[in-house]
Design a protein around this ligand. Structure first.
Ligand code: C2E
Ligand code: CA
Ligand code: CA
Length: 746
C-alpha cells in the first residue's frame, strides 16, 4: 500500500501548520480498544495477550463489553475507540453484525472493526464486510499474541489514516464553507469547475487551467494518457475529455512528469504556472494545472497550497458530494439537520406550490442554562434526546431541525398539525443518563402563505410569534394571528419610532457591551458593542430589528448612534483613569459598498474624537455579496486610517476564498457554530483548529466567540486562541454598567 503512505507524507509534509498533530500526541495517551464478547475467557485471553504491548510507542487500554447492547452503550457513551473486536454470535445469532450495523448507521465511521467468531467457516458475506467497513475477520482460536498484535497494528494504522484524512477534510469543510458554489455541486464535473473558478478568482482573470483525473487506482497511472481533462478554462477550455498527451503544452507536460516522478504535491514555476498533483487514498488521482499570465505571490502560493491540501482530502472522499451537502445542512454539534436544511425544505414546498404547511418553533426553556450548568457533552446529549423524542412524537413531520440558538423547528403538513397533540409537548419529559428531566417549552407556529416567495417570510412570522409568545404566553403554543400580523405590518410604524428615537434622547435603542477576554493574561482586553431595542419592556433581538433598520435605510444612523455612545464611554473612562480598550462596532453589510461610506464613517469618528485605539470594526464575509469591488475600496480606506477590521462569524458565510485574501482584514472571529462542539479532547481535530492554523498562516489575529463552558475555554487554551468572547466571561451588559461589572480592579 505504498500509495497510502505517500498520501500521508504529502499532507503531513510541508504544510505542517495546517494539519494538526493527531490527538494521541499527549503524554497520557493510549489506544482505546473495545472488546465485545459474551465469553469471559476471550476477554481474559485478550487482556493477557495485549498486556504491556505498545503500538507506535503508545500503550493499549482495553475496555470490555459482554453483549452487543452493552457494546453499543459504551460506544454511544462518548469514549473514542480506535478498534473494536466484536464477537459475531452473542445474545443472538447475529448480535455482533447488528452492533456493527448500528455503529456505522450512527455515524461512527472511523472506529476500526475486527469481527471474531467461534466457528470457523462462518464468515459473513464479502458484501457485509465492505458495506460496514469491517477491517478483518478472525476465528477466536487465532488469539495468539503475535496474531492479535499484527491484526491490531494494521487496524490502528488504518484508523490513523482515516483520522488524518478527516482532519484534512475538516480543513476543506472550512474552505468549502466559505465557497458556496462548491457546495452545490452534484458531480465531479461541477466540482472541478468550482475548483477552477476558485483558483482562477484567486489568481485573477488572466488564468487558464484544467482539472484532470486518472481512473486507475494502482501504480500504473503515471502516463499522460491515463489522465483525462474533466474541465478547462482559458486556453484549455476546449480540452474537456482529452487525455493529457493530446494537449500541446510542453511546460504542462514537464510539470506533470516532475510532479509524478518527485511525487510533489505542488509545483510552481516562475512563468506563473502551477501544478497540483493529488494522490488519492481510494484511487482516482488528480492533476490540476494552472497557468497565470503573472508571477504568483508568496501569499497566493501558500493559500493555494492550503487549498490543494484540502482538495486532495476531498478527492479522497468518495462520498464527497454527500459530505458537502451534509456540512451545509447539518448542525455541527449534533449532526442533525440545521436551519439551512429547513429553508431548503420550505423552498421546495414553495416551488411545489402546495402551500399547506405549518412551521412550528419549539423553544426549550432553560436549555441555554443547561449548557453552562452541565457542559457541552450533557447539553448535546439532551439536544439529541429532544430531537429523537420529537421525531418519534411527530413521525409525519417533513423535517425537524435545530437552530444555532438551540430552538427546534418542525415543518408539518397542515393536515398533520394536530393542535392538541402539539400542546402536549408543553411538558417534555426526558430521560438522560437515567435521570428524569422535565422540560417546559414555549412554542410558536405560522402557516405558509400563498404570497410567500422565500423561506424567510414564514420564518420571520414564526420567529416573531415565538418572541411574542415567550413574552406573553410562556409555556404554551402561540399561533401566528392578526395582532402579530399587525406588529409585522406595523413596520412602517416601527421605522418611524426608530427614526424619531434617534432624534431625541428617549431612544428605545440601548448600547450594550460584551467583554473580550484574554485568557492567557486573565483580563478584559476589549469589548463588542451590541445594540438592544426595548419594546414593551422586553428586549427585541437585534436579529429581528437590525434587518428592519437596514431596510429602512437607517443603519448609518444606528452606527453613528453606537459610535456616539462609545465616544462618551471612552471619555468617561479616561476621566476615571481606566486604561483604553478598543470597542468593536458591527457595520451593516449594506452600508459598506456605498460610495463615500468610508469618508462618512471616518468623519464621524473624527468628530467624536475616536481613534484606532478606541474602536475597531466588524464586518461579515457576506459584505462581498453586494458590490465586492466597492466594498474592498471602502474597507481599504478605513484600514488605511489605522482602524482594525475583523471578519465576524467566520466560516458561516457564503463568500469565496478569493475575497478572504482580498478583504483588508486583521482579525478573524471564529463563528460560534465551531466553538459549540469543542471539547478539550477533540479540540486538535476540530474545524476551529484548522481555522486557527489557517489564520496564523495568513498572519491574522483570532478571536473565538460563543465560549459558554469551561470545556470550550480549555479547548481554546489547547488551541492557543487567547482572545475569547462569550457568556462564560460575561454577557453583554448596559454600557453604563460595564466598568463596574468587568473592570472594577481597573
Ligand atoms: P454578532 O456580531 O455575532 O454578535 C455576537 C452575538 O452573540 C450577540 O448577540 C451576543 O449577545 C451573542 N453572544 C455572545 N456570547 C455568546 C455566548 O456565549 N453564547 C451565545 N449563545 N451567544 C453569545 P446579539 O446581541 O443578539 O446580536 C446579534 C447580532 O446582531 C450580532 O451578531 C450582530 O451581527 C448584530 N448587531 C448587534 N448590534 C448591532 C449594531 O449595533 N449594528 C449592527 N449592524 N449589527 C448589530
Ligand atoms: Ca460582531
Ligand atoms: Ca459574531
Amino acid at each position: 500500500m505504498k500509495r497510502n503512505e505517500d498520501y500521508l507524507s504529502i499532507i503531513e509534509d510541508d504544510n505542517g501548520a495546517v494539519i494538526n498533530p493527531p490527538a494521541e500526541h499527549s503524554d497520557d495517551f493510549s489506544w482505546d480498544v473495545l472488546v465485545v464478547d459474551d465469553e469471559k475467557l476471550v476477554h481474559d485471553v485478550t487482556k493477557l495477550a495485549l498486556r504491556k504491548e505498545k503500538i507506535f510507542g503508545w500503550p493499549i487500554t482495553l475496555h470490555h463489553a459482554y453483549s452487543g447492547n452493552e457494546g453499543l452503550k459504551m460506544i454511544l457513551g462518548g469514549q473514542r475507540f480506535v478498534v473494536a473486536f466484536i464477537d459475531v454470535v452473542m445474545e443472538t445469532e447475529d448480535a455482533g453484525l447488528k452492533l456493527v450495523q448500528e455503529i456505522r448507521k450512527r455515524g461512527y465511521n472511523d472506529i476500526r472493526i475486527i469481527l471474531r467468531t467461534g466457528q470457523p467457516g462462518y464468515a459473513p458475506e464479502l458484501s457485509v464486510l465492505t458495506e460496514y467497513d469491517i477491517n478483518d475477520y478472525r476465528v477466536k482460536t487465532e488469539l495468539t499474541k503475535t496474531k492479535l498484535m499484527s491484526v491490531l497494528i494494521s487496524a490502528v494504522r488504518s484508523f490513523r489514516q482515516i483520522d488524518t484524512i478527516n482532519n484534512a477534510r475538516k480543513g476543506l469543510e472550512l474552505i468549502i464553507n466559505a465557497a458556496s458554489d462548491l457546495f452545490q455541486q452534484q458531480n465531479i464535473e461541477k466540482f472541478s469547475e468550482g475548483v477552477l473558478t476558485q483558483i482562477s478568482s484567486l489568481l485573477g482573470e488572466h488564468t487558464s487551467g484544467f482539472v484532470s483525473i486518472s481512473t486507475n487506482s494502482d501504480e500504473s497511472d503515471s502516463h499522460l494518457q491515463d489522465y483525462f481533462v474533466i474541465c478547462g478554462t482559458g486556453v484549455f477550455e476546449s480540452c474537456g475529455g482529452k487525455n493529457l498527451s493530446e494537449i500541446d503544452d510542453t511546460q504542462m507536460k514537464n510539470h506533470f512528469s516532475m510532479s509524478l516522478t518527485l511525487n510533489k504535491q505542488i509545483i510552481t514555476a516562475e512563468d506563473g504556472s502551477l501544478a497540483l498533483y493529488i494522490t488519492s487514498y481510494k484511487g482516482g488521482n488528480a492533476f490540476i494545472y494552472i497557468k497565470s499570465d503573472y508571477e504568483l505571490s508568496n501569499d497566493n502560493i501558500s493559500l493555494l497550497k492550503l487549498f490543494g491540501i484540502n482538495i486532495s482530502a476531498c478527492f479522497n472522499n468518495i462520498n464527497l458530494i454527500q459530505n458537502l451537502d451534509a456540512i451545509a445542512f447539518t448542525d455541527i454539534a449534533t449532526g442533525f439537520p440545521n436551519f439551512n436544511a429547513l429553508k431548503k425544505e420550505i423552498s421546495f414546498v414553495i416551488e411545489e406550490k402546495k402551500h399547506s404547511v405549518v412551521l412550528l418553533l419549539i423553544h426549550i426553556d432553560g436549555l441555554g442554562k443547561m449548557l453552562s450548568l452541565f457542559g457541552t457533552k450533557i447539553f448535546n446529549q439532551v439536544a439529541n434526546e429532544i430531537y429523537l423524542k420529537l421525531s418519534e412524537y411527530l413521525p409525519l413531520a417533513r423535517i425537524i431541525t435545530r437552530s444555532a440558538r438551540g430552538d427546534f423547528a418542525v415543518l408539518l403538513n397542515e393536515k398533520d398539525f394536530d393542535r392538541k397533540k402539539i400542546e402536549a409537548l408543553r411538558f417534555f419529559p426526558l430521560n438522560v443518563n437515567q435521570n428524569e428531566l422535565h422540560l417546559a417549552t414555549t412554542m410558536a407556529s405560522a402557516q405558509l402563505h400563498e404570497e410567500d416567495l422565500n423561506p424567510e417570510d414564514i420564518l420571520q412570522r414564526a420567529i416573531l410569534t415565538l418572541i411574542i409568545g415567550k413574552a406573553e404566553n410562556r409555556g404554551h403554543l402561540t399561533e401566528y394571528n392578526d395582532t402579530i400580523a399587525a406588529t409585522l405590518k406595523d413596520r412602517l410604524n416601527i421605522q418611524y419610532h426608530i427614526r424619531e428615537s434617534f432624534r431625541n434622547e428617549s431612544s428605545p435603542i440601548e448600547v450594550f457591551l460584551q467583554p473580550k477576554f484574554d485568557i492567557s493574561a486573565d483580563k478584559v482586553v476589549g469589548a463588542e458593542a451590541l445594540s438592544r431595542w426595548k419594546m414593551n419592556d422586553t428586549y427585541v433581538s437585534p436579529d429581528i430589528f437590525i434587518p428592519i433598520i437596514e431596510e429602512s435605510g437607517l443603519s448609518m444612523i444606528l452606527t453613528e448612534f453606537v459610535l456616539k455612545a462609545i465616544s462618551e464611554w471612552q471619555k468617561s473612562r479616561r476621566q476615571s483613569e481606566y486604561p483604553v480598550i478598543p470597542v468593536s462596532v458591527n457595520l451593516s453589510m449594506k452600508d459598506i459598498p456605498q460610495q463615500n461610506f468610508a469618508i462618512e464613517l471616518l468623519n464621524q469618528t473624527d468628530n467624536l474624537g475616536l481613534t484606532p485605539e478606541m474602536i475597531e470594526f466588524e464586518i461579515t464575509e457576506n459584505v462581498i455579496m453586494y458590490n465586492p469591488e466597492q466594498a474592498i475600496i471602502e474597507l481599504n480606506q478605513i484600514k488605511s486610517a489605522g482602524y482594525k477590521i475583523a471578519c465576524d462569524d467566520f466560516g458561516k458565510g457564503y463568500s469565496s476564498l478569493s475575497y478572504l485574501n482580498r478583504l483588508p482584514i486583521d482579525i478573524i472571529k471564529i463563528d460560534r457554530a465551531f466553538i459549540t462542539p469543542l471539547l478539550p479532547e477533540n479540540a486538535s481535530r476540530s474545524i476551529a483548529a484548522t481555522i486557527i492554523a489557517m489564520t496564523a498562516s495568513l498572519g491574522l489575529e483570532n478571536v473565538a466567540e460563543g465560549i459558554e463552558t469551561e470545556e470550550h475555554h480549555k479547548a481554546l487554551e489547547v488551541l492557543g486562541c487567547n482572545i475569547c468572547q462569550g457568556f462564560l466571561y460575561g454577557k453583554p451588559v448596559h454600557i453604563d454598567s460595564f466598568n463596574s461589572v468587568f473592570c472594577s480592579g481597573k
